[in-house]
Design a protein around this ligand. Sequence first.
Ligand code: PNW
Length: 441
Amino acid sequence: MLPPRSDFPAGFVFGAATAAYQIEGAGFGGAGPSHWDSFAATPGNIADDSSGARACDHYHLWETDLDLMRNAGFGAYRFSTSWARVMPDGRRPNPEGLDFYDRLVDGMLARGLAPFLTLYHWDLPAALADRGGWRNRDIAGWFADYALAVHARLGDRVASTATLNEPWCIAWLSHFLGHHAPGLRDIRAASRAMHHVLLAHGTAMAALRAEGAQDLGIVLNFETAHPADDIPGSAEAAATHDAIYNQWFIRALTGQGYPQAALAGIGPHLPQGWQDDMGLIAQPLDWLGVNYYTRGLHAHAPGLWPNDRSVAGPLPKTQMGWEIRPEGLAEFLLRLSRDHVGDLPIFVTENGMALEPGADVTADPARIDFIAGHLRAAREALAQGVNLRGFFYWSLLDNYEWAFGYGPRFGLVHVDYDSMARSPKASWHAFRQMLAQGRAD
Ligand code: PNW
């Protein structure tokens, strides 16, 4: 059972989240290729060698999907626009792509769903990737132009706009760990990307503000970093990981500067004159988005910086192998408000679990328990004074889980990838039951 709606303040937003490349289908409707298409086409990069070419065919089934959002009783929908669909070559708008999002936003409003827009959830146009992508400083201007093009079309109707989803994944996971497009394992490329994502955010924020845009924010991911054992080197590995993952972005965004423990390895590879960009990066935010899934255990690894090796932990795990630890959500919300953002409104923009389906693909009691635990953690943070404004489940639909392909299923709604049939799971019904207790807003 989920906690009652009345446990949350009036106006608290409940929603579900998706991302364009994971659900829409790609490469048609005037869209250009993205670097995910080429990454996915390279054998070995994706667990099942699949791509987002068809995904959930949401591009054609979007009305069904918005009905699923509304019928669950949600008041908001977090979605992303695809840069490669809006600008096939990264620079010039594609009217057909903008028309699609225009209809989508109108469809949300017609169903009483507040549109929470994310401008970049990883589908970089291939033409820009070919010019160095996030390694090229010019991406700050390219991204700002894209942000303005979307704002010009949708800005009068969206409730909220995030610049980037998870800059750690865009920069570190993709350029240092090599797990996501463009699949690099290169400290110099990664360090530059770590700075350029923030520069792009700041440049776009300033441009959007100049156009009168409101309710602007960014979505960061956080993962508790604990030492795997008592060796001092493991405490150091966990602290270094924490600096790169949990502190780098929020510190820069709030004018606190990059953390020393991360600068030790990244600093020498940053672009010249990076210090001069820190003012532009620290644009005032209207809200912060927090994605939280799990904790990681870290052990000392001899060799190259950051001397960090991830170790499997003892707690119960999801289908991703991620430990389930709801109290970490409350810990992060408190830590963020105490150390970084004070009273700034915070939204949990993603939290969810992948679960192996059983014979009845709609029976997912473990997911209901997972959500209940994390909602209780959210309530705990509220009780301790955190200015938490909403909670978005990841994800509405089973979808393309990046390097893991179509295996892991995060959805409140099951998707049959042959027939494209949608079947609401017990967790969807649990939200519906909770939210039927009356909208507080
Ligand atoms: C997030 N990690 O990705 C994304 O925002 C979603 O698109 C994705 O489907 C969801 O979480 C579930 O994975 C992450 O390696 C991917 O730490 C990887 C990591 C974190 C978040």
